[in-house]
Design a protein around this ligand. Structure first.
Ligand SMILES: [Fe+2]
Length: 135
């Protein structure tokens, strides 16, 4: 019997981590060529980045406020406090991404607006990898 559509928290956590990792990879790969794209593609990609920042932030809030408290006594060996600290470090990088997206909206030359984006996205990728490695 196929249990693919049965509720499974472990599969859901793996799935959202895969989605976030892929979206960070797509973002990192496409940022260098973004300034040469037409405004339609650029605006769409800025929306993609804003959506990614929102998804990551929402996922971390759900883990910090619901997931970790639930699992803390069931899987006590997990470094919940370290993961919460990593989430806080990621908030700083997510704010950089959001600020860059907002600064780039409506600009003809977005070069200076997105200059900090590669570093912020790479930091998010590294922190996310560390954080997901615990789970
Ligand atoms: Fe997570």
């Amino acid at each position: 019997m196929n249990n693919e559509f049965q509720p499974n928290v472990a599969n859901d956590i793996r799935r959202i981590h895969s989605i976030i990792t892929r979206a960070l990879n797509v973002s990192i790969e496409n940022i260098p060529s973004l300034r040469q794209k037409g405004t339609g593609v650029r605006d769409g990609f800025l929306n993609y980045l804003q959506c990614l920042a929102t998804v990551i932030n929402g996922h971390h809030l759900a883990e910090d406020e619901i997931g970790f408290p639930y699992f803390r006594d069931k899987i006590p060996e997990m470094p919940y406090d370290d993961m919460i600290l990593q989430h806080k470090e990621m908030v700083v990088e997510l704010e950089k991404v959001t600020a860059a997206v907002n600064a780039a909206r409506g600009m003809n030359d977005i070069s200076s607006s997105i200059a900090s984006m590669p570093e912020a996205l790479n930091s998010l990728f590294l922190l996310s990898g560390k954080n997901n490695g615990h789970q």
